[in-house]
Structures are given as structure tokens and as C-alpha cells.
Unconditional design. Structure first.
Length: 109
């Protein structure tokens, strides 16, 4: 389904464009991998999407998670969650594993 993506809904600058947005289905299954974009437009979201998970890294390197309803305008679900001391209870399955990999340090060569 096509969903309208308003201006600056997921990216506020060039630096924040291209951050991952996951289309998450039942049980935390990742249905699609999308990218944040600064300009308004439409995004293609798979049927069965429960929510969109936006991973946003702040300028100081902290990871913040945003959840959006898969509807026009991308309304936010609840408060943003800053990943500093663990992960939120609502994050499960493949989506949880993706976030864990995203915050894990790279191994030494």
C-alpha cells in the first residue's frame, strides 16, 4: 500500500536522510527495509505491516527508536525511545535482532 510521507516526517536534514525504517509485521517480522527521506512523497509499505520502526542516530551517536502507524502522515505511536539502558518491551522478533546488531560494536579486526 502507498502511504503519504509528509515533509520532514523522518529526516530533518541531509545528515538524517537514509536512516533505516523497518516495516514490522506480527511477531516482529521484518516485512521491508525502507529509508528516511527529507522530501515529502509516497512510500510503499507491505500489507500486514503493524508499525514502521525508524532508527535515528543523534549527532552525539545515541540511538532513538520511533514507531509510526502505517497510515498517511505517519502518525507516531507513543513516545520516542532512546536506547541507553536496554530495549523496549514492545520490540520483538527479527526487529529486535536488527536493533541489537545496529547497536553492537564492531569486532576488532
Amino acid at each position: 500500500m502507498k502511504i503519504f510521507h509528509p515533509l520532514h516526517a523522518t529526516a530533518w536534514s541531509i545528515r538524517t536522510s537514509g536512516f533505516p525504517i523497518l516495516a514490522v509485521g506480527e511477531g516482529g517480522k521484518i516485512l521491508a527495509r525502507l529509508r528516511s527521506q527529507k522530501q515529502a512523497g509516497y512510500i510503499e509499505v507491505p500489507d500486514g505491516t503493524s508499525y514502521l520502526l525508524h532508527l535515528y542516530w543523534t549527532g552525539s551517536g545515541r540511538l532513538v527508536l520511533y514507531r509510526y502507524r502505517p497510515e498517511d502522515g505517519l502518525p507516531q505511536i507513543g513516545e520516542a525511545f532512546e536506547v541507553t539502558h536496554g530495549l523496549p518491551d514492545w520490540l520483538e522478533g527479527e526487529a529486535r535482532e536488527y536493533v541489537v546488531r545496529a547497536i553492537s560494536p564492531l569486532p576488532d579486526p
